[in-house]
Design a protein around this ligand. Structure first.
Ligand code: UDX
Length: 440
């Protein structure tokens, strides 16, 4: 059993703390947000993440997981302290590091014994060195410490599974003994551990996310070519995916990537390149294609409605940036909803869990209780998130209740031929529509 303090109780912090507790460690989570900590103490989760609530409850009951707003309490017994605070995008695309800076400073002010400080927040390459400087400068009395970078690769919606069965753990440090000590925490997970220097570890995180985003933009560009040439991108991706050099993952064409990581990380990496005098051509193209993908959805709806959205009733299915999360940060659905409304459309939407978070982001969006209500009297229906509950809807009933039978399937959930046979004017993404109405 090790003693761990985790700073920050967002996605990364809460999952890290809970999973380390579940592995038998003693963990204290510190957050400066007293309301969040109060709720956590009552067993109320600040985020929606499948399986998290039960796991928190189990570990709190077992006395392994604690929540506090006090750094003193959090650090009292800790051998390790994980920094898991947010790094939002600043206006220029650079990551805003004010929370990381504040966490490093406060740790320094409150540490009374040697500590290994591990950074999990996604930070620009070079931040590890800078964290060590802040800690050194902010300590009232010199106390030994080491900084290790340990980038997080968990995905929202499957965060616990990702933590417990990682593809790899990456550790970066100038202090080999400290990196080895952190490796011991991850050994029970039985995954490969890459130990390298801090800058390389930080770069692995950016390069991994940028590569995945590139795969998505690549298949989205292919989808547009498929549409024009009459091919089906879902079959193209399947055919490509069997090639072991390519693999099947992250080749789903759709409305583009969203969420709290890909948009921010690609932008930040491009910005790092720019500020060092380079021209990030590929990263720029990845971002441009991603923006275009969202615009395409609106263009498709508008074209199918005869060129104008004025007064048209458009139903959106899904608001979260992907299924199994209530996160709407940089969600394609919100961009599309805004654009439809700006062009005179009336938008009604339903999401199984993200309605509350979406209302906070976007005013004027009518929210309904289920997919069928959204479809009723709609001029067009648009699938924005591939939630399971949208995959087996009674499409006959939906078709009958709509004013016009226009279905834009931004996630390619439905079979174009089946939808056509049901009487829909169906448009997926990159699916055999040759510009001349192949399916209607
Ligand atoms: C991502 C990374 O996967 C994770 O390793 C990192 O730590 C944080 O960022 P996350 O943002 O939770 O995780 O979601 P992910 O499942 O990667 O999906 C990101 C976006 O890409 C979603 O909007 C999703 O809908 C989209 N996507 C994903 C596609 O459009 N096509 C695909 O084939 C895969």
């Amino acid at each position: 059993m090790k003693s761990i303090c985790v700073i920050g109780s967002g996605y990364v912090g809460l999952v890290t703390a809970t999973c380390f507790a579940d592995l038998g460690n003693h963990v204290v989570t510190v957050d400066i947000d007293a309301r969040k900590i109060d709720k956590l103490k009552q067993g109320i989760m600040p985020i929606y993440e499948p399986g998290l609530e039960e796991l928190v409850e189990r570990n709190v009951k077992a006395g392994r997981l604690h929540f506090t707003t006090s750094y003193d309490d959090g650090l009292a017994q800790a051998q390790y302290v994980f920094i898991c605070v947010g790094t939002p995008s600043a206006v220029d695309g650079e990551a805003d590091l004010k929370y990381v800076r504040a966490a490093a400073q406060t740790i320094a002010e409150h540490m009374r014994h040697p500590l290994i400080i591990i950074n999990k927040s996604t930070v620009p390459v070079g931040t590890g060195d800078w964290t060590a400087d802040i800690v050194k400068k902010s300590q009232p009395e010199p106390v030994d410490f080491a900084v290790v970078s340990c980038p997080e690769f968990l995905r929202e919606g499957s965060a616990i599974g990702d933590f417990m069965s990682p593809d790899r753990t990456v550790l970066g440090s100038t202090d080999a003994a400290a990196a080895q000590k952190v490796a011991e925490l991850y050994e029970p997970l039985k995954a490969p551990i890459v130990i390298t220097d801090i800058r390389t570890a930080e770069m692995i995180k950016y390069a991994s996310n940028a590569f995945l985003a590139t795969r998505i933009s690549f298949i989205n560009e292919i989808s547009i070519i498929c549409e024009r040439l009459g091919a089906d991108v879902t079959e193209v991706a399947r055919g490509m995916g069997y090639d072991k050099r390519i693999g099947p993952h992250f080749l789903q064409a759709g409305v583009g990537y969203g969420g709290s990581c890909f948009p921010k990380d690609v932008k930040a990496l491009a910005n790092m390149a720019l500020t060092h005098g380079m021209h990030p051509q590929l990263l720029n193209a990845v971002m441009e294609i991603n923006d275009f993908q969202r615009k395409q959805i609106v263009l498709k709806v508008r074209d199918l409605l005869g060129g104008s959205l004025e007064g048209k009733q458009v139903g959106l299915l899904g608001l979260a940036f992907k299924p199994n999360t209530d996160d709407v940060r940089d969600a394609p659905a919100l961009t599309v909803a805004r654009s439809l409304m700006n062009q005179g459309g009336k938008v009604r939407a339903y999401d199984p869990v993200a309605m509350e978070t979406a209302t906070a982001e976007l005013k004027g969006l009518a929210l309904l209780d289920n997919a069928y209500q959204v479809a009723e009297d709609a001029d067009a229906l648009v699938i924005m998130t591939d939630w399971n509950e949208f995959k087996q809807l009674d499409m006959k009933r939906i078709r009958a209740s709509m004013k016009l039978p226009i279905l834009v399937d931004g996630r390619n959930i439905y079979d174009p031929q089946v939808m056509h046979d049901l009487g829909f004017i169906y448009r997926g993404v990159g699916r055999g529509y040759n510009g001349e109405g192949l399916h209607d």
